[in-house]
Every structure is written in structure tokens, then in C-alpha cells.
Write a protein that binds this ligand. Structure first.
Ligand code: AP5
Length: 219
């Protein structure tokens, strides 16, 4: 299955993608994680991307499209994937459609997590991320067993630089203007499933699984 997870920053895309990974046997491919890896490695793309990420703006389409395209060609993606955070603009959505069409493939379903802004601010302010494996926690809603230590790999938990309040506000604006229109784009393509993203992690997960049940997979 080729699944796209859409939703504003902090909606729970990464959390739900990680829960689905094992159940569906598909890799989570998160454009934000790919970019953060490039930033940490200080590659030319990473250095360029950081200028945008620190402001809460989108990284230019051509950089992200190239990065994701390379990732989709890896062996673990051959039977499908969970795309988290990509596409985020009309240009990226079209590039993805054409990239897949070139291989006789297409996106099977797009699941959009709907979460209001006040809930998002609560979620992002309490988020902690593992420096080592990228697992995410929430200090109240999904706390680690030991403060600042990842349950899965004992890595150090940190607060993402772009989770500062002003940057979050900018990311929400960026979502509204550049990414939200994709809901309409995918609705018209008959691929969109809207999921109420408010509720416990497990409640949202069950809604997501119900929405995905019976999705017909294409080539
Ligand atoms: P990216 O890393 O993709 O960030 P994002 O889309 O802003 O999404 P987040 O990672 O903030 O949130 P999420 O929805 O995954 O939520 P999570 O599961 O962690 O992008 C970062 C930056 O990179 C962008 O700003 C941009 O600059 C650049 N970028 C990335 N992709 C790009 C692209 N395609 N084009 C251009 N630029 C791009 O959950 C959040 C918190 O809530 C966690 O603490 C979690 O534990 C908690 N939580 C989750 N679910 C629930 C629940 N049901 N109840 C309570 N708490 C919950």
C-alpha cells in the first residue's frame, strides 16, 4: 500500500506512522526526518534546508522532491510505504504523481488527521524526540518511562529547535496556506479519508485503521 499521511504540524502523523509501520510491514518515510538527517550531517542540502526549517518555512520543492525520490527507490519501499510530511505543496503532489506514474504506480489512499490549533500547541510544547532513533514522546500524553531517556534505545530525548512557540505559529500558517489546499486536491482525486485526530493515541489509531480497511491497492 502507498499511503500518504497529511495533517498540520503536531497532528500525530509521525506517531501514527510508527504505529502503522509494524502492522502494515511498510516503512515510514518522513520528509522531516530525511531533512533533519541532512542537517545533522551538514551536507550542502542540509545546510540549505536548515535556513528554511529554522524559520518554520517550507524547504524549496526541488530539494525535497529529489530527497524523497531517492528514498522511494530504496529496496524496502518496493511494496509500498507510509509517506509522512510529503507532499506538502501542489508542486510536490504533482511530482509524486508523475514519479509513480513513470513506474505504473499510484498513491492508494491519503489519510488526513484533523486536529484544531489549540490542541496542536499543547502537543508540540510537550513533545520530546529521541536524538538517536527519532522516536517521539509527549511529557503528559505519552511519557517515556524515564525522564529524558528513550524507552526504545536509551537515547537522549530533546526538544526540536523548530518546536519553539514562534516557529510553531509560523509552521501552522505555512500549513494553512501551502499544504491544506492538498485536502481538496486529493478529495477530487477520490483518495482522501478525513480522520478525527483528537483522542488518545490508540483511539486515533483505531479510526485510522478503520479508514484504511478495504482500501483497494493499485499496481
Ligand atoms: P516535519 O518534521 O514533517 O514536521 P511537521 O509536519 O511540522 O510535523 P511534526 O513532526 O511537527 O508533527 P507530527 O504530525 O508528526 O506529530 P507527532 O506524531 O510528532 O517538518 C519539519 C520541517 O521540515 C518543516 O517545517 C519544513 O521546514 C521541513 N519540511 C518537511 N517536509 C517538507 C516538505 N515535504 N516540503 C518542504 N519542507 C518540508 O506528534 C506531536 C506530539 O503530540 C508528540 O509529542 C506526540 O507524542 C503527541 N501526540 C500524538 N498523537 C497524540 C494524540 N492522539 N493525543 C495526544 N498527544 C498526541
Amino acid at each position: 500500500m502507498r499511503l500518504v499521511l497529511l495533517g498540520p504540524p503536531g497532528a500525530g502523523k509521525g506517531t501514527q506512522a510508527k504505529m502503522l509501520e509494524g502492522e502494515l510491514g511498510l516503512p515510514q518515510i518522513a520528509s522531516g526526518d530525511l531533512l533533519r538527517t541532512a542537517v545533522r550531517a551538514k551536507t550542502p542540502l542540509g545546510v540549505e534546508a536548515r535556513r528554511y526549517m529554522d524559520k518554520g518555512a517550507l524547504v524549496p520543492d526541488e530539494l525535497v522532491i529529489k530527497l524523497v525520490e531517492q528514498r522511494l527507490q530504496q529496496a524496502d519501499a518496493v511494496n509500498g510505504y507510509i509517506l509522512d510530511g510529503f507532499p506538502r505543496t501542489h508542486k510536490q503532489a504533482e511530482a509524486l504523481r508523475q514519479m509513480l506514474a513513470g513506474h505504473g504506480q499510484a498513491i492508494d489512499v491519503v489519510a488526513a488527521l484533523i486536529v484544531p490549533n489549540d490542541e496542536i500547541v499543547k502537543r508540540i510544547s510537550g513533545r520530546r524526540t529521541c536524538r538517536n532513533c527519532g522516536a517521539t514522546y509527549h511529557l503528559i500524553f505519552d511519557p517515556p518511562r524515564n525522564m529524558n531517556v528513550c524507552d526504545k534505545c536509551n537515547g537522549e530525548l530533546y526538544q526540536r529547535e523548530d518546536d519553539a512557540e514562534d516557529t510553531v505559529r509560523m509552521r501552522l500558517q505555512t500549513y494553512d496556506t501551502q499544504t491544506k489546499p492538498l485536502l481538496e486536491y486529493y478529495e477530487q482525486a477520490g483518495l482522501l479519508r478525513r480522520i478525527d485526530g483528537v483522542g488518545s493515541l490508540e483511539t486515533v489509531h483505531q479510526r485510522l485503521k478503520t479508514a484504511l480497511a478495504g482500501v483497494a491497492q493499485r499496481a
